[in-house]
Design a protein around this ligand. Structure first.
Ligand code: APR
Ligand code: PHB
Length: 389
Protein backbone atom coordinates (compact mmCIF):
# COMPACT_ATOMS: atom_id res chain seq x y z
CA UNK A 1 0.00 0.00 0.00
CA UNK A 2 1.05 3.58 -0.39
CA UNK A 3 -0.12 6.65 1.43
CA UNK A 4 1.18 10.17 2.02
CA UNK A 5 1.20 10.05 5.85
CA UNK A 6 1.31 6.76 7.76
CA UNK A 7 -0.14 7.30 11.24
CA UNK A 8 0.80 4.84 13.98
CA UNK A 9 -1.91 4.78 16.68
CA UNK A 10 -5.68 5.23 16.58
CA UNK A 11 -6.05 7.28 19.76
CA UNK A 12 -7.23 10.92 19.78
CA UNK A 13 -3.95 12.28 18.33
CA UNK A 14 -3.82 9.90 15.36
CA UNK A 15 -7.51 10.26 14.56
CA UNK A 16 -7.59 14.06 14.78
CA UNK A 17 -4.49 14.31 12.56
CA UNK A 18 -5.99 11.89 10.04
CA UNK A 19 -9.26 13.84 9.93
CA UNK A 20 -7.63 17.28 9.54
CA UNK A 21 -5.34 16.04 6.74
CA UNK A 22 -8.16 14.20 4.93
CA UNK A 23 -10.19 17.43 4.85
CA UNK A 24 -7.26 18.97 2.94
CA UNK A 25 -7.05 16.06 0.50
CA UNK A 26 -4.00 14.48 2.12
CA UNK A 27 -4.13 10.68 2.27
CA UNK A 28 -3.42 8.86 5.50
CA UNK A 29 -3.60 5.31 6.84
CA UNK A 30 -4.01 4.78 10.61
CA UNK A 31 -2.50 1.59 12.07
CA UNK A 32 -3.98 0.68 15.48
CA UNK A 33 -2.85 -2.35 17.46
CA UNK A 34 -6.10 -2.76 19.42
CA UNK A 35 -9.78 -2.91 18.40
CA UNK A 36 -11.94 0.21 18.26
CA UNK A 37 -13.97 -0.98 21.26
CA UNK A 38 -10.79 -1.47 23.27
CA UNK A 39 -9.61 2.05 22.49
CA UNK A 40 -13.02 3.47 23.42
CA UNK A 41 -13.09 1.39 26.62
CA UNK A 42 -10.33 3.44 28.23
CA UNK A 43 -11.61 6.06 30.71
CA UNK A 44 -9.50 9.23 30.45
CA UNK A 45 -9.85 12.90 31.45
CA UNK A 46 -12.35 15.37 30.17
CA UNK A 47 -11.42 19.10 30.11
CA UNK A 48 -10.87 20.55 26.63
CA UNK A 49 -8.90 23.75 26.03
CA UNK A 50 -10.28 26.27 23.53
CA UNK A 51 -7.53 25.20 21.09
CA UNK A 52 -8.82 21.61 20.96
CA UNK A 53 -12.45 22.76 20.85
CA UNK A 54 -11.65 24.91 17.81
CA UNK A 55 -9.79 22.05 16.13
CA UNK A 56 -12.78 19.74 16.66
CA UNK A 57 -14.95 22.41 15.02
CA UNK A 58 -12.44 22.85 12.15
CA UNK A 59 -12.40 19.07 11.70
CA UNK A 60 -16.19 19.00 11.44
CA UNK A 61 -16.43 16.77 14.53
CA UNK A 62 -17.99 19.19 17.04
CA UNK A 63 -21.74 18.60 16.76
CA UNK A 64 -22.10 16.29 19.79
CA UNK A 65 -19.40 18.13 21.75
CA UNK A 66 -21.21 21.45 21.30
CA UNK A 67 -24.52 19.79 22.21
CA UNK A 68 -23.48 17.65 25.20
CA UNK A 69 -20.28 19.36 26.38
CA UNK A 70 -20.46 21.74 29.36
CA UNK A 71 -18.75 25.12 29.08
CA UNK A 72 -16.95 26.07 32.29
CA UNK A 73 -16.08 29.70 33.11
CA UNK A 74 -14.01 28.84 36.13
CA UNK A 75 -12.66 26.28 38.55
CA UNK A 76 -12.18 26.02 42.31
CA UNK A 77 -8.96 25.44 44.23
CA UNK A 78 -9.70 24.46 47.81
CA UNK A 79 -7.34 24.18 50.76
CA UNK A 80 -9.05 22.61 53.73
CA UNK A 81 -12.32 24.56 53.94
CA UNK A 82 -10.77 27.56 52.20
CA UNK A 83 -11.92 27.99 48.57
CA UNK A 84 -10.39 30.10 45.81
CA UNK A 85 -12.70 30.64 42.86
CA UNK A 86 -10.65 31.07 39.68
CA UNK A 87 -13.00 32.91 37.32
CA UNK A 88 -11.45 32.60 33.85
CA UNK A 89 -13.30 35.57 32.35
CA UNK A 90 -11.83 37.87 35.01
CA UNK A 91 -8.42 37.18 33.51
CA UNK A 92 -8.71 35.73 30.02
CA UNK A 93 -11.37 35.84 27.34
CA UNK A 94 -11.71 32.06 27.22
CA UNK A 95 -13.49 29.07 28.75
CA UNK A 96 -12.93 25.30 28.83
CA UNK A 97 -15.28 22.55 27.66
CA UNK A 98 -16.02 19.61 29.94
CA UNK A 99 -16.45 16.68 27.54
CA UNK A 100 -14.92 13.23 28.07
CA UNK A 101 -11.83 12.22 26.08
CA UNK A 102 -13.61 8.95 25.34
CA UNK A 103 -16.40 10.94 23.66
CA UNK A 104 -13.86 12.97 21.68
CA UNK A 105 -12.32 9.71 20.44
CA UNK A 106 -15.77 8.23 19.69
CA UNK A 107 -16.71 11.30 17.61
CA UNK A 108 -13.42 11.14 15.72
CA UNK A 109 -13.97 7.47 14.86
CA UNK A 110 -17.46 8.28 13.61
CA UNK A 111 -16.08 11.08 11.43
CA UNK A 112 -13.32 8.86 10.01
CA UNK A 113 -15.83 6.15 9.19
CA UNK A 114 -18.19 8.68 7.58
CA UNK A 115 -15.34 9.76 5.28
CA UNK A 116 -14.19 6.15 4.68
CA UNK A 117 -10.95 6.95 6.43
CA UNK A 118 -8.45 4.09 6.28
CA UNK A 119 -7.92 2.56 9.73
CA UNK A 120 -6.37 -0.89 10.16
CA UNK A 121 -7.10 -2.42 13.57
CA UNK A 122 -5.40 -5.30 15.36
CA UNK A 123 -2.04 -4.65 13.69
CA UNK A 124 1.00 -6.37 15.20
CA UNK A 125 4.75 -5.94 14.97
CA UNK A 126 4.62 -2.43 13.57
CA UNK A 127 8.06 -1.37 12.41
CA UNK A 128 9.04 2.03 11.04
CA UNK A 129 11.76 1.68 8.40
CA UNK A 130 14.07 4.19 6.71
CA UNK A 131 12.53 7.18 8.47
CA UNK A 132 15.92 8.90 8.02
CA UNK A 133 15.61 8.57 4.19
CA UNK A 134 13.26 10.13 1.60
CA UNK A 135 11.35 6.86 1.28
CA UNK A 136 10.16 5.65 4.67
CA UNK A 137 7.88 2.64 4.94
CA UNK A 138 6.06 0.82 7.70
CA UNK A 139 5.80 -2.96 7.99
CA UNK A 140 3.26 -4.76 10.14
CA UNK A 141 1.27 -7.93 10.38
CA UNK A 142 -2.50 -8.19 10.31
CA UNK A 143 -4.48 -11.42 10.36
CA UNK A 144 -1.16 -13.24 10.18
CA UNK A 145 -0.09 -11.69 6.87
CA UNK A 146 2.86 -9.32 6.51
CA UNK A 147 2.05 -5.90 5.09
CA UNK A 148 4.13 -2.98 3.83
CA UNK A 149 2.96 0.64 3.73
CA UNK A 150 5.07 3.08 1.74
CA UNK A 151 4.68 6.74 2.64
CA UNK A 152 6.20 10.21 2.53
CA UNK A 153 6.00 10.77 6.29
CA UNK A 154 5.25 8.80 9.47
CA UNK A 155 3.33 10.30 12.40
CA UNK A 156 3.98 8.45 15.65
CA UNK A 157 0.74 8.84 17.62
CA UNK A 158 1.10 5.54 19.44
CA UNK A 159 1.30 6.72 23.03
CA UNK A 160 3.92 6.20 25.71
CA UNK A 161 4.30 2.47 25.12
CA UNK A 162 4.34 2.72 21.32
CA UNK A 163 7.09 1.84 18.83
CA UNK A 164 7.57 5.31 17.34
CA UNK A 165 9.68 6.96 20.03
CA UNK A 166 11.86 3.84 20.22
CA UNK A 167 12.53 4.21 16.49
CA UNK A 168 14.53 7.38 17.17
CA UNK A 169 18.09 6.25 17.98
CA UNK A 170 18.81 6.38 21.70
CA UNK A 171 21.89 8.53 21.11
CA UNK A 172 19.69 11.09 19.37
CA UNK A 173 16.97 11.10 22.01
CA UNK A 174 17.06 13.11 25.24
CA UNK A 175 14.48 12.04 27.83
CA UNK A 176 13.38 13.98 30.91
CA UNK A 177 11.27 12.29 33.60
CA UNK A 178 9.83 12.92 37.04
CA UNK A 179 7.82 10.16 38.72
CA UNK A 180 5.60 11.36 41.59
CA UNK A 181 5.45 9.29 44.84
CA UNK A 182 1.67 8.85 44.67
CA UNK A 183 -1.14 7.92 42.34
CA UNK A 184 -4.75 8.91 41.68
CA UNK A 185 -7.59 6.54 42.56
CA UNK A 186 -10.49 7.53 40.32
CA UNK A 187 -14.13 6.47 40.13
CA UNK A 188 -16.98 7.14 37.75
CA UNK A 189 -20.45 7.24 39.35
CA UNK A 190 -23.94 7.87 37.98
CA UNK A 191 -24.54 10.62 40.49
CA UNK A 192 -25.02 14.37 40.04
CA UNK A 193 -21.76 16.34 40.34
CA UNK A 194 -21.16 17.87 43.79
CA UNK A 195 -20.54 21.31 42.28
CA UNK A 196 -21.04 23.02 38.90
CA UNK A 197 -17.29 23.63 38.56
CA UNK A 198 -14.32 21.32 39.06
CA UNK A 199 -12.85 21.38 42.57
CA UNK A 200 -9.09 20.78 42.92
CA UNK A 201 -8.88 20.08 46.65
CA UNK A 202 -5.75 20.04 48.78
CA UNK A 203 -6.06 18.77 52.37
CA UNK A 204 -3.85 17.61 55.19
CA UNK A 205 -4.54 14.03 54.12
CA UNK A 206 -3.89 14.60 50.45
CA UNK A 207 -5.37 15.73 47.14
CA UNK A 208 -8.81 15.16 45.67
CA UNK A 209 -10.56 16.24 42.49
CA UNK A 210 -14.28 16.59 41.84
CA UNK A 211 -15.04 16.47 38.13
CA UNK A 212 -17.94 15.42 35.92
CA UNK A 213 -19.05 14.15 32.56
CA UNK A 214 -22.67 15.33 32.59
CA UNK A 215 -25.53 16.19 34.97
CA UNK A 216 -25.73 12.60 36.17
CA UNK A 217 -22.25 11.23 35.63
CA UNK A 218 -19.48 12.31 37.99
CA UNK A 219 -15.75 11.63 38.06
CA UNK A 220 -13.86 11.84 41.36
CA UNK A 221 -10.24 11.21 42.28
CA UNK A 222 -8.32 10.93 45.55
CA UNK A 223 -4.54 10.84 45.98
CA UNK A 224 -3.41 7.34 46.96
CA UNK A 225 -0.20 5.45 47.63
CA UNK A 226 1.56 4.14 44.53
CA UNK A 227 1.54 0.65 46.05
CA UNK A 228 -2.21 0.80 46.64
CA UNK A 229 -4.58 -1.62 44.90
CA UNK A 230 -8.12 -0.91 43.65
CA UNK A 231 -9.38 -3.98 45.51
CA UNK A 232 -8.29 -2.34 48.78
CA UNK A 233 -10.84 0.41 48.22
CA UNK A 234 -14.53 -0.21 48.78
CA UNK A 235 -16.86 2.46 47.43
CA UNK A 236 -17.62 3.45 51.04
CA UNK A 237 -13.92 3.92 51.77
CA UNK A 238 -13.56 6.04 48.64
CA UNK A 239 -16.48 8.31 49.45
CA UNK A 240 -15.26 8.72 53.01
CA UNK A 241 -11.74 9.64 51.83
CA UNK A 242 -13.18 12.14 49.35
CA UNK A 243 -15.48 13.77 51.93
CA UNK A 244 -12.56 14.29 54.32
CA UNK A 245 -10.55 16.12 51.65
CA UNK A 246 -13.07 18.57 50.19
CA UNK A 247 -14.59 21.66 51.89
CA UNK A 248 -17.28 20.76 54.41
CA UNK A 249 -20.09 22.52 52.52
CA UNK A 250 -19.40 20.28 49.51
CA UNK A 251 -18.90 17.16 51.60
CA UNK A 252 -22.36 17.79 53.08
CA UNK A 253 -23.88 18.05 49.58
CA UNK A 254 -22.04 15.09 48.08
CA UNK A 255 -24.41 12.51 46.57
CA UNK A 256 -22.74 9.11 46.63
CA UNK A 257 -23.56 5.89 44.79
CA UNK A 258 -22.01 2.72 43.39
CA UNK A 259 -18.89 3.23 41.26
CA UNK A 260 -19.25 2.05 37.65
CA UNK A 261 -15.50 2.33 37.04
CA UNK A 262 -12.62 2.41 39.50
CA UNK A 263 -8.90 2.57 38.63
CA UNK A 264 -5.54 3.84 39.88
CA UNK A 265 -3.25 5.90 37.66
CA UNK A 266 0.40 6.70 38.46
CA UNK A 267 1.57 10.32 38.09
CA UNK A 268 4.54 11.10 35.88
CA UNK A 269 6.05 14.03 33.97
CA UNK A 270 7.94 12.89 30.87
CA UNK A 271 9.32 14.56 27.74
CA UNK A 272 11.36 13.03 24.92
CA UNK A 273 13.29 15.33 22.58
CA UNK A 274 13.39 15.72 19.57
CA UNK A 275 9.83 15.22 18.34
CA UNK A 276 11.03 14.81 14.75
CA UNK A 277 13.65 12.47 13.32
CA UNK A 278 14.02 12.43 9.57
CA UNK A 279 10.51 11.89 8.25
CA UNK A 280 9.15 10.59 11.56
CA UNK A 281 7.16 12.95 13.80
CA UNK A 282 6.00 12.24 17.36
CA UNK A 283 2.66 13.52 18.67
CA UNK A 284 0.99 13.31 22.07
CA UNK A 285 1.85 10.65 24.63
CA UNK A 286 4.42 9.16 22.25
CA UNK A 287 6.62 12.16 23.15
CA UNK A 288 5.33 13.53 26.44
CA UNK A 289 3.29 12.68 29.54
CA UNK A 290 1.91 15.07 32.14
CA UNK A 291 0.41 14.34 35.54
CA UNK A 292 -3.39 14.85 35.18
CA UNK A 293 -3.53 17.69 37.72
CA UNK A 294 -3.48 20.34 35.00
CA UNK A 295 -5.79 18.53 32.54
CA UNK A 296 -3.08 18.97 29.86
CA UNK A 297 -2.62 15.43 28.46
CA UNK A 298 -5.12 15.46 25.60
CA UNK A 299 -4.81 19.21 25.10
CA UNK A 300 -1.06 19.10 24.55
CA UNK A 301 -1.49 16.19 22.15
CA UNK A 302 -3.94 18.45 20.30
CA UNK A 303 -1.43 21.30 20.01
CA UNK A 304 1.11 18.85 18.56
CA UNK A 305 -1.51 17.81 16.00
CA UNK A 306 -2.19 21.47 15.22
CA UNK A 307 1.46 22.24 14.47
CA UNK A 308 2.01 19.01 12.50
CA UNK A 309 -1.18 19.22 10.44
CA UNK A 310 -0.46 22.86 9.56
CA UNK A 311 3.11 21.94 8.55
CA UNK A 312 2.03 19.02 6.34
CA UNK A 313 -0.84 20.97 4.76
CA UNK A 314 1.55 23.78 3.78
CA UNK A 315 4.09 21.27 2.45
CA UNK A 316 1.57 19.41 0.28
CA UNK A 317 0.05 22.71 -0.82
CA UNK A 318 3.17 24.57 -1.96
CA UNK A 319 6.24 22.56 -0.93
CA UNK A 320 6.86 24.90 2.03
CA UNK A 321 9.23 22.92 4.28
CA UNK A 322 9.50 25.46 7.12
CA UNK A 323 6.74 24.02 9.30
CA UNK A 324 8.09 20.51 8.91
CA UNK A 325 11.65 21.56 9.80
CA UNK A 326 10.42 23.66 12.73
CA UNK A 327 7.85 21.18 14.07
CA UNK A 328 9.90 19.74 16.94
CA UNK A 329 11.03 23.09 18.34
CA UNK A 330 7.55 24.61 18.03
CA UNK A 331 5.72 21.69 19.60
CA UNK A 332 8.28 21.32 22.43
CA UNK A 333 8.09 25.02 23.31
CA UNK A 334 4.40 24.61 24.21
CA UNK A 335 4.87 21.12 25.67
CA UNK A 336 7.38 22.38 28.25
CA UNK A 337 4.98 25.13 29.39
CA UNK A 338 2.22 22.55 29.84
CA UNK A 339 4.70 20.34 31.72
CA UNK A 340 5.58 23.24 34.01
CA UNK A 341 1.94 24.05 34.79
CA UNK A 342 1.08 20.40 35.43
CA UNK A 343 4.14 19.97 37.68
CA UNK A 344 3.27 23.21 39.55
CA UNK A 345 -0.37 22.16 40.16
CA UNK A 346 0.80 18.71 41.28
CA UNK A 347 3.49 20.09 43.60
CA UNK A 348 1.12 22.64 45.12
CA UNK A 349 -1.93 20.45 45.78
CA UNK A 350 -0.56 17.02 46.83
CA UNK A 351 0.97 15.77 50.09
CA UNK A 352 4.38 14.22 49.49
CA UNK A 353 5.50 11.27 51.64
CA UNK A 354 8.17 12.54 54.07
CA UNK A 355 7.33 16.13 53.20
CA UNK A 356 9.20 18.54 55.50
CA UNK A 357 7.35 21.14 57.57
CA UNK A 358 9.14 23.78 55.54
CA UNK A 359 7.82 22.35 52.26
CA UNK A 360 4.35 22.24 53.80
CA UNK A 361 4.68 25.92 54.74
CA UNK A 362 5.74 26.71 51.19
CA UNK A 363 2.56 25.09 49.85
CA UNK A 364 0.48 27.07 52.32
CA UNK A 365 2.20 30.34 51.41
CA UNK A 366 1.73 29.65 47.68
CA UNK A 367 -2.00 29.05 48.19
CA UNK A 368 -2.29 32.15 50.40
CA UNK A 369 -0.58 34.19 47.65
CA UNK A 370 -2.90 32.69 45.03
CA UNK A 371 -5.91 33.58 47.17
CA UNK A 372 -5.02 37.23 47.59
CA UNK A 373 -3.30 38.01 44.30
CA UNK A 374 -5.23 38.60 41.07
CA UNK A 375 -2.06 38.28 38.98
CA UNK A 376 -1.36 34.82 40.42
CA UNK A 377 -4.94 33.82 39.64
CA UNK A 378 -4.56 35.22 36.12
CA UNK A 379 -1.47 33.09 35.54
CA UNK A 380 -3.38 29.99 36.66
CA UNK A 381 -6.36 30.91 34.47
CA UNK A 382 -4.19 31.55 31.38
CA UNK A 383 -2.49 28.19 31.75
CA UNK A 384 -5.67 26.29 32.60
CA UNK A 385 -7.71 27.47 29.62
CA UNK A 386 -4.72 26.82 27.38
CA UNK A 387 -1.83 28.96 26.19
CA UNK A 388 -2.17 30.22 22.62
CA UNK A 389 -0.87 27.90 19.83
N1 APR B 1 1.18 -0.12 16.84
C1 APR B 1 -0.06 0.40 16.61
N2 APR B 1 -0.79 1.09 17.53
C2 APR B 1 -0.22 1.28 18.73
C3 APR B 1 1.08 0.79 19.05
C4 APR B 1 1.78 0.08 18.04
N3 APR B 1 3.00 -0.41 18.27
N4 APR B 1 1.36 1.15 20.33
C5 APR B 1 0.30 1.82 20.79
N5 APR B 1 -0.65 1.91 19.84
C6 APR B 1 -1.95 2.57 19.94
C7 APR B 1 -2.64 2.35 21.29
O1 APR B 1 -3.38 1.16 21.30
C8 APR B 1 -3.51 3.60 21.41
O2 APR B 1 -4.82 3.38 20.90
O3 APR B 1 -1.73 3.96 19.89
C9 APR B 1 -2.80 4.64 20.55
C10 APR B 1 -2.20 5.78 21.39
O4 APR B 1 -3.26 6.50 21.95
P1 APR B 1 -3.12 7.32 23.33
O5 APR B 1 -2.33 6.57 24.29
O6 APR B 1 -4.48 7.75 23.71
O7 APR B 1 -2.23 8.57 22.94
P2 APR B 1 -2.62 9.93 22.19
O8 APR B 1 -3.50 9.66 21.01
O9 APR B 1 -1.37 10.66 22.01
O10 APR B 1 -3.58 10.68 23.24
C11 APR B 1 -3.03 11.35 24.31
O11 APR B 1 -4.30 10.12 25.81
O12 APR B 1 -3.36 9.04 27.55
C12 APR B 1 -4.10 10.10 27.21
O13 APR B 1 -3.52 11.65 28.84
C13 APR B 1 -3.30 11.26 27.53
O14 APR B 1 -4.98 12.57 27.11
C14 APR B 1 -3.78 12.15 26.56
C15 APR B 1 -4.09 11.39 25.35
C1 PHB C 1 -11.46 14.33 34.57
O1 PHB C 1 -12.58 14.84 34.39
O2 PHB C 1 -11.29 13.10 34.49
C2 PHB C 1 -10.32 15.23 34.88
C3 PHB C 1 -10.53 16.59 34.87
C4 PHB C 1 -9.48 17.45 35.17
C5 PHB C 1 -8.24 16.94 35.47
C6 PHB C 1 -8.03 15.58 35.45
C7 PHB C 1 -9.09 14.71 35.15
O3 PHB C 1 -7.23 17.78 35.78
Amino acid sequence: MRTQVAIIGGGPSGLLLSQLLHLQGIDTVVLERKTKDYVLGRIRAGVLEIGLVNQMRAAGVAERMDKEGIIHHGTVISYGDDQIGINFSDHVDATVMVYGQTEVTRDLYAAREAMNGKIVFDVEGVQINDADTDAPYVTYTVDGSEQRLDCDYVAGCDGFHGVSRQTIPAETRREYEKVYPFGWLGILSETPPVHDELIYASSDIGFALCSMRNANLSRYYVQCDLSDKVENWSDAAFWDALKRRIPEEHADNLITGPSIEKSIAPLRSFVSEPMKWGRLFLCGDAAHIVPPTGAKGLNTAASDVHYLSQALIKFYDNGDQAGIDGYSAKALARVWKAERFSWWMTSLLHRFPGQSDFDFKMQQAEVAFLKDNANAQAVLAQNYVGLPY
